[in-house]
Every structure is written in structure tokens, then in C-alpha cells.
Design a protein around this ligand. Structure first.
Ligand code: DX5
Ligand code: ZN
Length: 221
């Protein structure tokens, strides 16, 4: 289970808005909509003011799903925990540039663990913060809300960084966008060069998850 090659539009539903009592069913529903990956938001109550899931939940989900597990670590000291997440079944791990001193070292460690690597930047973090490390990673994650919660409003100014990053990395590295993505905002992110669209509320607040995924897809064609 690997990230799809850059260039195709992929939708990564974020289970943060899903029914946590029925996660296995939620994964089956999104898989039948033809998505290849699921976005798993990990929060520690320190880096962000919210707490979600950790390796034990991910390991259980691994047992019931063949989707690429795209783990977004919103935690302090991510290097301490990446091995546990890979052992639990993470295929791709994104850490926040604001949480690490040596991003290159962590990218190397992730690759040694057999996992692809992602760097994320918060809305207020400038592109320069990731400039040297970004060519080494497999996917860049641009936050278009302040991390911590689903259902916030898309920040158009933050999305403009996607174009700057695309300029630096060229076409071979994926750019993922996370926060307030729906059929109205997804095409904006795609026009700047994003090819991986995280969506929480836009999918899981709808009773028909499959139709909601298809609506985002159709808006980007
Ligand atoms: C927020 C998370 C997101 C969140 C997105 O900190 O990183 O992945 O679930 O939710 P929506 O799409 O509702 O903004
Ligand atoms: Zn996320």
C-alpha cells in the first residue's frame, strides 16, 4: 500500500468527522467510492488542543482495511512515535515542521522504516520553513485551517502557498491540502497545484458518503 504516483487527483477522507463507533463500516463505505487512501488525524492535546487516536486504534483498522493509511501527526516530538505508527500500519506519515528541529533526519528515518514521508505547515508558517527539506519528502501537506478540529472554514490566503510549493518541488511530489475542503473550495486548491484533497465534514456530515466523495471529485474535473 503506497501513495499513488503524483499527478492524479486523490481524495483522502478524514475520519475525524466519521462515526467513531462504526469506523470499520466507514472505511468500507469510502473504499466503495473508489478512494485509495484514508486520512487519520492523530492529536495529542499538546501540539493542538484536541485528542484523538493513536497506534492501537490504527492497528485495529489495519486489520479491516486495505486503504493507504495517511497518518497526520499533530503531536509534539513526532520522532519518538513514528516507529509505533508504522508498526500499527501507517503507510504514509506526515509530521509538522513546527514540531521538529531536524526534518531531514526524520524523513530519512521514515524511509528506513519503509514508510513514505510528509511535511506539514500551519497556515501561519511560511514556505521558507520547509524549503530545504521538502524535495526529500513524498507529499507536502498544506493546512488551510488551524489544525485541531474538523468543520472549520477554508483559509484562501493559506491555500496560495500551494502554488509557491509546487514551483519549488515540480510535478513529482504530491501536495495535499487539509481544512475546509468541499466541492466549492477543492477546485481552488487544485488550481494552485494540489492533487490530494483531505475532506472531513464535506464527506462524513452527509448521510451518503459515496455521493459526497463523488461531488468533490466532479467539482475538480
Ligand atoms: C484538522 C484536521 C483535518 C480535519 C479536516 O486539524 O487535520 O484533517 O479533519 O476536516 P474538514 O475537512 O472538516 O475541515
Ligand atoms: Zn488532517
Amino acid at each position: 500500500m503506497r501513495l499513488a504516483k503524483a499527478g492524479t487527483i486523490e481524495i483522502a477522507p478524514s475520519i475525524l468527522s466519521a462515526d467513531f463507533a462504526k469506523l470499520a463500516d466507514e472505511l468500507t463505505a469510502i473504499e466503495s467510492a473508489g478512494v485509495s487512501m484514508v486520512h487519520l488525524d492523530v492529536m495529542d492535546g499538546h501540539f493542538v488542543p484536541n485528542i484523538t487516536i493513536g497506534p492501537p486504534v490504527i492497528a485495529k483498522l489495519r486489520g479491516v482495511s486495505g486503504l493507504v493509511f495517511d497518518c497526520h501527526l499533530m503531536i509534539t516530538e513526532p520522532a519518538k512515535y513514528v516507529k509505533a505508527f508504522v508498526e500499527a500500519g501507517a503507510n504514509h506519515i506526515t509530521f509538522h515542521i513546527e514540531a521538529v528541529d531536524k526534518p531531514q533526519k526524520l524523513i530519512d528515518e521514515l524511509h528506513e522504516l519503509g514508510c513514505t514521508a510528509g511535511i506539514c505547515l500551519n497556515p501561519e508558517t511560511p514556505v521558507e520553513a520547509i524549503e530545504t527539506a521538502v524535495p526529500l519528502c513524498d507529499m507536502v501537506l498544506v493546512m488551510t485551517v488551524h489544525p485541531g478540529f474538523s468543520g472549520q472554514k477554508f483559509m484562501p490566503e493559506a491555500a496560495k502557498k500551494i502554488a509557491e510549493i509546487r514551483e519549488i518541488i515540480g510535478p513529482e511530489i504530491r501536495i495535499e491540502v487539509d481544512g475546509g475542503i468541499d466541492p466549492q473550495t477543492a477546485p481552488i486548491a487544485v488550481s494552485y497545484g494540489a492533487d490530494t484533497l483531505v475532506a472531513g465534514q464535506a464527506i462524513f456530515s452527509k448521510s451518503d458518503r459515496i455521493a459526497a466523495i463523488n461531488a468533490i471529485r466532479a467539482a475538480c474535473e
